[in-house]
Write a protein that binds this ligand. Sequence first.
Ligand SMILES: Cc1ncc(C[n+]2csc(CCOP(=O)(O)OP(=O)(O)O)c2C)c(N)n1
Ligand SMILES: [Mg+2]
Length: 786
Amino acid sequence: MNQHDLDVLDEIQRRVLWLATRIVDAANHDRDTGDGVKVGGHQASSASLVTAMTALWIAHLDAADRVAVKPHASPVFHAIQYLLGNLDRSYLTRLRARGGLQSYPSRTKDPDEVDFSTGSVGLGAAAPLFAAATRRYVDAHFGPRPRSRFIALIGDAELDEGNIWEAVADPATTGLGDVMWLVDFNRQSLDRVVPGVRINQWRGQFEAAGWHVVEVKYGRRLAAAYARPGGDALRDWIDAMPNEQYQSLFGLAGPALRKQFLDGAPEAVAAFIADIPDDELGPLVTDLGGHDLAALLDAYAQCDAVTDRPSVVFAYTVKGWGLPIAGNPRNHSALLTTEQVDALRAAHGLTAQTEWDRLDPATAAGIRAGERREALSRVPRERALGVAVPETTRVRANKPISTQEVFGRVLVDLARDPQVGRYLVTTAPDVATSTNLAGFINKTGVFAPTAQRSWNEDRMLRWTESPAGQHIELGISEMNLFLLLGQLGLAWDLSGQPLLPVGTVYDPFVLRGLDAFLYGTYSGSRFVVAGTPSGITLAPEGGAHQSTITASVGLELPGVTFVEPAYAVTLDWLLCDALGQIAAGSPPPATAAPTEDGAYYFRLSTRPLDQAPFEAARARLGDAVLRRQVVAGAYRLVDAHQAYPHLADAPVVQLAASGAVLPEVLTAAAELAEEGIAAHVVDITSLDRLYRAWQRTLRQGVRTATVPSVPGALRSAFDDRAPVVTVHDAASHAMAWLGSALGVPAVPLGVDEFGQSGSVAELYELHDLLPGSIVNAALAALTLRR
Ligand SMILES: Cc1ncc(C[n+]2csc(CCOP(=O)(O)OP(=O)(O)O)c2C)c(N)n1
Ligand SMILES: [Mg+2]
């Protein structure tokens, strides 16, 4: 790039700096929210990345490239999109306003095209790595797409997050030559100047993981000074200087700066800088490469040239670059005063009339922006898969069987489906076999970028690794599981190929990956995850492996439909339905109504259940009606009036339960009948869908000031007069709302303590889940009736 082009880029980056700063300023000073809550925004963190981002968008990226932007640099992203003509001017004064620019880049809520949501530091950094792993999979199975570079712009303190290193270390992310991370190495986090000099440690960690590391440390002025005789001493001194000392220089000028800079320095350094005037010394020693356009473009080119492994660029930057708060250790959330903004506006040659203008299209900068807009424009992508997932598979269960086993069998059956099979992709964090994915793996193989020789012949499990494999095996990192699932579910957008992603994880460890789970669904991703085995029904495994709060978590997660089937056919129907919904490609939950489905969370068990009670209900209701109810969230497994006609005038109670505890509930219903009480048994297949149905009618009532009705999904399964006992191998709280929804007394039974080892019966006894306790709870519920 010649000097003229660099000058044009420089002009553009100055306007980007101004706009990014002013966008935050306007949010805080031009708008009265009337609520006294600080609006906030990050001018210093934004300024830090202005050069690197200008260089990327104005001189490096192609339309196919995908970029994650550090959360606190969202104003820079929007400023660039505005200058490219991709964002309406009205948004510039609406950062952090409702319907305006989101505080942190959001795929689903921002008006311009954000590739990766960011916000929870660390996750946005890792997401492009998994998007690249997804692309590698897509290319191997469906033919190569136009090349994309997957880029993450990350804060240096983000490297403290463990998930970064879990992602870097996983074999599933090795060798991804299209990945570039750019670390905004401003040596400051939120609270402080990052202690010491950590670059060597980080470099070593990346290199050990097989990454290509580039440092962009010095700007041209410093590089020229180093090249002069004696310059080595200056370089050595700056390289060795702790971050705290270096950072303190930004607040100083004149002799004070010289004194601080030389504190502890060898004599040769003092001699070398002796003839540099005071007013030039500060700009010289703080001339860092992360603000040198040519140096950055050169680093990007170096990364392009390395195609067999991911690259990371450490760009040394100044937090608050070009602003009066530059380098100040307290600048993370600092806002420029109105006077400082006025001075900055004038320094940028702008006025109150011209401050929001785009680049003049008649100038070289304006022409460049227009060219880049063209070069970066993208074609719309198709969300739907265009294949029909069957409503049911051929999986049959004649003997007692667990939901975990059925799950594996349904997947094997779907893998054989000529339409659907090739789009299924499974993944697990080293628990594929113990969560029953072995059948699927035997059928489809394990994915590896190149075919691997198999050293073991195992008749039960054929672990064949090749580019045709459809299972992506991960190391034990639940964060990586959810990050990968999130990106597989966005493959339609980021890789031009919709997929049907299915992950498995031990249910308690869903919590271990929870933030990444949220990250994926907040990003609008759709996938299936099975938490299995779950609950204290995993009896001998003990408290460390028994999940209790996951049902509540599943219920409450937005953009996730929580399902907990008990019987083989219900699971088959629900899983086919979930995959069918994903294949149909309805809009992501975050943009659609909050009641729409997004991802699906199946909570499963290893307890074999007798299928006869279900078959009885099936005979009674018929498949068409039953399937509709199962998918809607609940059906009456036992109808007391039909099962016990002699109890027509008896008191009625209803026992509602999900999953593994249903045998105890059925026994309790039979015992109650012996005591002259008619007990319906309701199998809740999706507590989440019931809750949403209830909320829908409630909110409708609240908004229109009308009496809310009991929603259909509840009405078809429940009696709205009989008291209810809820029984769940999960925290009792998750189902406790049912009484309110039905307007009847409710007694919730569940597991509200840490688990422990034992037999199923022993543990059920401890938590009042045995039939006797359920009977007593039913009697209590009846006495609570008014
Ligand atoms: C998971 C998570 N923890 C904490 C925060 C709050 N937080 C936001 S920025 C930040 C410091 C980031 O420092 P760095 O990554 O160096 O960014 P920069 O210096 O560029 O602002 C912290 C702690 C967050 N956003 N996400
Ligand atoms: Mg930082």
